[in-house]
Design a protein around this ligand. Sequence first.
Ligand SMILES: Nc1nc2c(c(=O)[nH]1)N[C@H]1C(S)=C(S)[C@@H](COP(=O)(O)OP(=O)(O)OC[C@H]3O[C@@H](n4cnc5c(=O)[nH]c(N)nc54)[C@H](O)[C@@H]3O)O[C@H]1N2
Ligand SMILES: Nc1nc2c(c(=O)[nH]1)N[C@H]1C(S)=C(S)[C@@H](COP(=O)(O)OP(=O)(O)OC[C@H]3O[C@@H](n4cnc5c(=O)[nH]c(N)nc54)[C@H](O)[C@@H]3O)O[C@H]1N2
Ligand SMILES: [Mo]
Length: 571
Amino acid sequence: MAGLATAFGSGASTNSIEEIRSANVIFILGSNTSAQHPLAYARVIDAKQNHGARLIVADPRTTPVAALADEHLAVRPGANLALINAMLHVILREGLEDRAFIAARTENVDALRASIHDCTPEWAARLTGLDPAAIRRAARLYAAGPASSILYCMGVTQHVTGTRTCAALANLAMLCGMVGRPSTGLNPLRGQNNVQGACDMGALPETLPGYVRAGSEEARARFTPLWGNFANSVGRRLTEITSGMRDGSIRAAYVIGENPLQSDPDTQSVAEGFRRLDFLLVQDLFLTPTAELADVVLPASSYLEKQGTFTNTERRVQLVNEALPPLPGTRPDWRILVDLMRIMRPAGTADAPDYASPEAVFAEIRKANPAYAGMSYARLAAHDGLCWPCPDEEHPGTPILHVQTFSRGRGLFTVNRFDVAEGACPGRGDVNGGACEQPGPDMADMGERPDADYPFTLITGRLPTHYHTGTMTRRSWALQREAPEAFLEMHPDDAARLGLRNDWKVSIRSRRGSVVARLHVTPEILPGVVFLPFHFAESAANVLTSHDRVDPVAGIPALKMTAVAVEEARA
Ligand SMILES: Nc1nc2c(c(=O)[nH]1)N[C@H]1C(S)=C(S)[C@@H](COP(=O)(O)OP(=O)(O)OC[C@H]3O[C@@H](n4cnc5c(=O)[nH]c(N)nc54)[C@H](O)[C@@H]3O)O[C@H]1N2
Ligand SMILES: Nc1nc2c(c(=O)[nH]1)N[C@H]1C(S)=C(S)[C@@H](COP(=O)(O)OP(=O)(O)OC[C@H]3O[C@@H](n4cnc5c(=O)[nH]c(N)nc54)[C@H](O)[C@@H]3O)O[C@H]1N2
Ligand SMILES: [Mo]
């Protein structure tokens, strides 16, 4: 969101999923689309097989969507930004840019031009491991369009260069005039069914509903009429919360629908933080590892047992209805929150608001976030959802953003350097010689790079058959049958060199800890890179990952780049 908001003024997906079908070129980065976003993938297949679309996929692994690609760019983990900057270089060098669009709709192109002057495909080849000719072909394909659509996911954002790479992708789209038209744009595939909705509601440390900056005068003026006095201040990011637990600046926590003991990086330090709390409240469907540490657990009802809205990746707000009554002893999250608010109101103050129903909550959402103002439960039901912004009750919703102008007026080209000093040591500021325009503390390196002791780069991620920490999917016998245990993907050359065979149990060790998993030898991953899903508590990938390597702007941990050693597990 930070990368796109800087460029466009809005951090949301620009186009709708259905438009993927009619794209001429689809450029997918760091997304295992068939496994994680099957509905988007169905449109990719249709575009490719029935409408002649060309497909470019950047991924260190030969995922099913990469196997389908006309151009598979098997980029080294952490090097996306070098790839994109080289594509920008080729486009400008060969005059493939959309000059009319740049002149009419954007600003700062000269700064971009100067910044990527030396980012030749040959320069990028050293960092990405890619053939310079392949980078040139990808740049030409993307620029030719006429409608080119970019989809990306966690292989882009879960790196220390995540925000800069998103901003660089915005540069790419603007340079070729691929924004504001059907089947173009920049489409971050949102992870959960309602992560877009959570952001729209202000569930981000820096923003309140509608992306109003927390702590600002605008926030005070906008929300005081709705809420009276409220905590108008910037919060902490995820990794800052767990470090706050460790240093004692956070004493209590209320965890709703999240299992940080397995999903946050560096499990040991996360557990240490949670154990230091004076009070932990967990609200979940199941007794997760996090809930086991709690002082109080509030059992919540599942999505099947409640009413409300979800806002999906294309900004479509959809109504869901109660299909089953809540299990005895559980309540929907909204009801628990409202009840807690009533109990916790300071003595002598007016009654906390009592919302009679989810629809009453939605009525307040419409007031708090103008993008939702024109939506009602009746309209959402009648239209199969509406895409925001939808400012009034006559408005049909907005599947495509930035059609006439960008949310910020002109689209802003940004400088996103990716400079690796030759032979620089890992862990120091060896990438980005401070030339990045994004704010941020010490410019991080490109992640934890391999060395003699930890020679492999570990990517952590997902399987099609499980969901995150597995607290839900591992209770399904059918899904368990398909994927009963963790496995580590490794290239045959690496396995041969280490004398390891398929199906052996191996131990994977990082600077933080070690786990055991079964070895899966496959040519569908780059040599030197290994992949471990994070679904399995008994082989928990986040025991290995690091919490102090984060994107300096967004604070996202570098979950896709951990240096590890692999050896036979003899225990
Ligand atoms: N079945 C299932 N579906 C899900 C989920 C689930 O747990 N299970 N989770 C949902 C959520 S919340 C999310 S966020 C999404 C995540 O969806 P994805 O991001 O698609 O899934 P990941 O497995 O995390 O990683 C995606 C790909 O990034 C690649 N990658 C790693 N490093 C790099 C890099 O440096 N460059 C490039 N170009 N690629 C790289 C990996 O090889 C991997 O194939 O899925 C959602 N959908
Ligand atoms: N190493 C590594 N770590 C990662 C990632 C990675 O790629 N690699 N990806 C990261 C990403 S993108 C994500 S999104 C996170 C996901 O991390 P988490 O969100 O912590 O993982 P989940 O297993 O989805 O946990 C969700 C919990 O919510 C509960 N739940 C489900 N529905 C409801 C409900 O309606 N109400 C309540 N109260 N609870 C409910 C479930 O039982 C479950 O315990 O993991 C992150 N961590
Ligand atoms: Mo996610």
